[in-house]
Write a protein that binds this ligand. Sequence first.
Ligand code: F6P
Length: 580
Amino acid sequence: MAAKKTGKVTATKSAKRVANTPSIASAPIVPSWHVAPDSTRAWKTLKKLSVRGKQAQLRTLFAKDRKRGDTFSANALGIHLDYAKNLIDGVTMDALHALASECGVARHMKAMFAGEHINLTEKRAVLHVALRAPKGAVIKVDGENVVPLVHEVLDRMSAFAQRVRSGSWKGFTGKRIRAVVNIGIGGSDLGPVMAYEALKNFSERDAADRSMVFRFVSNVDGEDFYEKTRDLNPEETLFIVSSKTFTTLETMTNANTARAWSLAKLKNPAAVAKHFVAVSTNAAEVSKFGIDTANMFGFWDWVGGRYSMDSAIGLSTMLAVGPTGFSEMLAGMHDMDEHFRSAPAKKNLPMLMALVGLWNREFMGFGTVAVLPYCQYLSRFSAYLQQLEMESNGKQVQLDGTPVRWETSPVIWGEPGTNGQHAFYQMIHQGTSPVPCDFIAFARPLHDVDVHHDILIANLLAQGEALAFGKTPQEVRAEGTPSWLVPHRTFPGNRPSNTLLCEQLSPRMLGRLIALYEHKVFVQGSIWRVNSFDQWGVELGKVLAKNIIPELSGSAKKPNHDSSTQGLISRYRALRGRAK
Ligand code: F6P
């Protein structure tokens, strides 16, 4: 079987790369072009401009430039970015562009695309862009062209996806697969869930329909596994165990539970081969778990977890939308890669979003960003971006380990409009801390149901307008409002937002949007001079949890915690009826 053969080849190569983990004994050399932002001339200019920016009024800025909407917008790949409702002007934008130049963003981008080891703390290349490079492209990591490896895995995924979707892949008892459960967390979950939700409308392709059920188990909370599997039949269920490392506590706990759940009905360990596949870089651990590496889809250490939804981690996406839909999504990401690489900075969507975001974060002092998609299909987009942005750029030290002297990642949050309007928009409009917003919408809906879409888009436009221009006390009074109520009905306005008005949701458009945000994060991380590709901040909690687990169940000898943690452990044990 060809697939089996290539599977083993891929697994062996992956295993070799894991074994070749570079030494951490020597400190990385930070290239000299990676200058600290606060040492640039542009930074000093921007600090001065921020005094003016903090006093600026969007009402005045719009009155001064009647074409401001055109001046501060850019268009590419079916995406219209309007960033005019930010507290910027031409001088500010020039200074921000100068900052990007002085900070070596272009050089850094070149280094990424060239496969240089820009993930300095882990001494690895960062090449998610290679995952969507077309067949025939050449992208080298340590002298090896990785594009053929990428396409070899994509071909295996396609063959597998076609078999499952057509029903020719049978479960252990001969039934076809009707439910796919992805087990993974973080980057091995958020991208796949987001893409499934975004693209489920496109699953009726390649001779398949929407009858297949997709579930995503991520939380180590057993309730998650219980609820996602309670109505499934093990004979018809395929588990994809997705984990770059294949050691993540949550995922391995869920995977073990899934195996037990399957075998409780299927009885025979040989059934694992028909009901479990793995997506990982770690062939040795996959084997240890009991999954034949022939059923493993590999990727590489140069793909970060939060940048992996277009690698084999996207297997559930491919099963849902078919190989055609998946390759369209990859093509969309590649479109944006090329745009990012080649468009002039002033028309470059990721660059513009990054610079405006950086202005809001550092120079205006806004600590959060709300991502508000006016599209139900993008219901998990903000959750996906939370990891992309906050795990990438939520850092306190520079590449050389010295503390940053500037703000880094804002808090990213959000919900789809119009639901958010009836929940937290009160605070966005009248709270004490302005929240820059990214409004995202598609001009043409996939299902034009009666008047819905115009109402939806009118709401999006109204929110941006209300945030920017507010309502003055005079305007409120002029409506006949009693004076005691005027302060309550006044809207301060002057609150920034971007609007991304896209043509229509499709796998290709989703790919473009994802890559747009990936590259926005890249530019910001580059200017902030942090490593956007490591995540040491998640380690401590993991280690402490491993120590506490036996203390909860009772097998640990001598817990040694602070009085608060110790008290909580004791209370938990008491509530579970365990000895003191
Ligand atoms: O939360 C930390 C993290 O390492 C993420 O970066 C990653 O996406 C996630 O855990 C899952 O890791 P893995 O794919 O190795 O299970």
